[in-house]
Design a protein around this ligand. Sequence first.
Ligand code: TPP
Length: 558
Amino acid sequence: MTRSVGLIIAESLKAHDIDRLFCVPGESYLGLTDALNDVPEISLVVCRHESGAGYMAIADGLLGKRPGACVVSRGPGLSNAMIALHTALHDAVPLVMLIGQVERRDMGRMALQEQDYSKLLADISKAVIEVNEASQASEAIARGFHLAISGTPGPVAIVLPEDLLDEQSDLPVVPPRAKTLPGPLPEDLQQLASMLQQAKKPLIWPGACLNSEQALADLERFAEVWAVPVCCTNKRTHQFDSSHTHYAGHVGIRTPKRLLDQLKETDLLVAAGERLTDTLSQYYTFPIAPNPQMDLVHIWPDANEVGRVWSPALGMASDPHAVIKGLLNLSPGSPTPERLEWIQRLHTVQKALSEPSWDKVEDGLNFASAICAIDSRLTKDAVITVDAGSFSTFLYRYTHFHRGQEVLTSVVGAMGAAVPMAVAASLRDPGRQVVAFVGDGGALMTGNELATAMRYGANPIIVIADNGYYGSIGLHQDTRYPGRPFESATQLANPDFAAWARSFGAKGYTISTLDQIDQVLSQVFTPCREPIVVHVKCSAHQMSAWRQASRKLNFTRL
Ligand SMILES: Cc1ncc(C[n+]2csc(CCOP(=O)(O)OP(=O)(O)O)c2C)c(N)n1
């Protein structure tokens, strides 16, 4: 049947399980927005900023266990959306971003908002697919989705010239291409099994590429059967249940020394679908790059990544779930008493660090008090979205995460992810509890997506930790230049966030004192149709769960 390329693209997205497309509209892809009227299976979610659309697509993809998709306009639209490409690339999250382009006859003339995407996105995407032939439109979508999930997952850009979308074609929709999973070599699996049997203090770090429910259930069984403790790696705190006896704590950007000193005794570190990175490896010291101080086994589904920074004792270019399943079919032998003591010791140390104790501070709430009260109200299947900032240290320290929960964030630390991700999560599963945690800085970067929540009936709870500063950066300055002022670069003037929320039609509450916490939270954590914003007036002195500022700050709120 002859129809427009715009319609062929929409049908191709549907064939790839896309039922929700996040966008800010643009004149460069009118042929697609018009065609979507004829594909009712895809809902268009119109956002207030392209970064919001990109973050929502990332969250929707993670929850749907397939790439999320968004569409943005040429030049300026794409420029606003690039933060999502950056996060997807670093976090190894599949994402398909469609981008409008000028008409083909004008290319190279610097026509309105024209940009050469192959150059611009060369270092921030896995591939840029430029569609210049109607006959290749559907094939381009199939290739884009396949590339996004293959090897190291990541973002793919598909560029659609404006005039192409109105061209007619009778070509059929190209069906999705199956994911090809690399499996472990039998001899590598045997070697890993014998390393695990001989190790005195093995440790597992799961990561981005171990994310299906089944994979995480198998990881738990593997930990038990093979007697191996498991850490949650930087911000991926839902991958292993914190109450499990084999849970060995959260290793992230600032891992407390008490835990780190214990973990460093490991003689066999298995990074299972974890890229490692500078932040997780404590800036290349644990494991030491390039030659680790322990036996390192690096499992990642792309041979280019294994051995790129570290020289592992065993590198496996394999799907980590396939490795775990393979090990579950092999015999672990009996664990030694030393090994059992190791598991128990790590669990005890991490547990002590998450005990609900904190210092009282003068200039506002210690955010720990709010976090501990919220923790007991989080459901076992809550979606928790987290922005970048020091406030998140309280969440990662004091929350007792469960495996059925889902933590969504920009692991690489791009601000502005939490609110849009929470909106997307709430749309994906309206009955599920969705709670966003964001600082006062991040809240006003993408908090305008509250309007998107209102328009589409999403109802996340958004907790804003207002310490009056870009606190994380203030603390960095304080560490680098102790005693020197950092207010000029980091202090913020904030609105009344509860009133701000109400101006959108959402509900808004404020917590300023300890005795307001329970009273407010009991209203917040009851079923509600609207989004809810909880404005927590926090201490600036206690910006982090692990340390206070080295000197008295300007406590006057601007
Ligand atoms: C988009 C973006 N811009 C800048 C930064 C650098 N940065 C990291 S944390 C931070 C401050 C966050 O402030 P806020 O949201 O108020 O949280 P707080 O650290 O005060 O808890 C900044 C500016 C970043 N990570 N991402």
